[in-house]
Design a binder for this molecule. Sequence first.
Ligand code: SF4
Ligand code: SF4
Length: 349
Amino acid sequence: MIFKTITKENLKTFISNVIEKNSTFAPVITSRDSENKPVYQFKEVESFEEIEIDYTKSYSSIKNFFLPFKENLSTFDFNEGSWEQNINYTVHPRVIFGVRACDINALLKLDQVFLQGKFPHPSYAARRKNTFIIGLDHEPMEDCFCRSLDTDEAVHGFDIFLTDIGSKYFMLINSSKAFNLLQNTEVEDVTEKDREHYIKEKNRLASLFQTQVEITGMANLMDLEFESDVWQKWGDKCLSCGSCAMVCPTCYCYNVCEKIDLSLRKSSKEKMLYSCNLIDFAEVAGGHNFREKSSSRLKYRYYHQHRGFVESFDESKCVGCNRCRKACPAGINPVEVIKDLRMQRQENE
Ligand code: SF4
Ligand code: SF4
């Protein structure tokens, strides 16, 4: 890792050059919510001026750049008596600017699932390899609890990471690609003053968190409260719409659908993101559903976050962005669910 600083003017020139030569995605306002607050999403931009550099939180995470809602895993053509399979992993290089630390940490969690082990996911790997990530620090929103999950700081998983320290940005350069891209950009060595400003700003950002969640021993809590009424209480509210999983930066469950053209000469295998909250998620051939009740589906989503993932990777899957609360039409808030579980445990002790 190399540390540099860049003035705001030079950053603007740098990003403008990046936009000119690459497909660049950044936060922009796409609509307004019921309180007339802006809704931010990552979209392709054509100029620096389009970017909402002081955005709060994007409605959806950047997960869909790596795990699209729907993708063709392969297509098949029936030619001269046999089926020919076509697979395309081509991903054009692209840049995502303005990614928050929690979303970078979410990507690192997805990396563990899709890049490690015996069978790395080829299209995820191609997308990850061809995506240049520029991170950006920000003030947490009142409902962010990433600090409780230790995901409010990114130490890797990006190419460049920027922190606003007043008249300039403190810059972490974390890849040879980043180093090359910055070749013709005016950056400066870090002075003692810059370092002081950086530490001060980091401490200020850390002090702004208003929402905390007690995460210690969550896996154990999940086991002890497996039969808890808390699941019934929150599960009864759940509409099984799956919105929480769609906006979540780490939910990756999916479904695969095989489609055959009426001509019987073409077919495709399509993968789509799915949610364990959806009614048919645990339905098997013959119509039996292992999780008929919304309470058991909701419970298993939390189990995957704080029990199953911990078992595999020694850490929670949740990064504390609280997008699921915002997206939930039933007002289900993970902070409240976890608090309820803790209270229930105390009562049971
Ligand atoms: S807070 Fe909700 S949306 Fe964010 S990572 Fe955790 S479960 Fe996913
Ligand atoms: S968004 Fe809310 S209502 Fe919809 S599935 Fe998730 S928890 Fe249930």
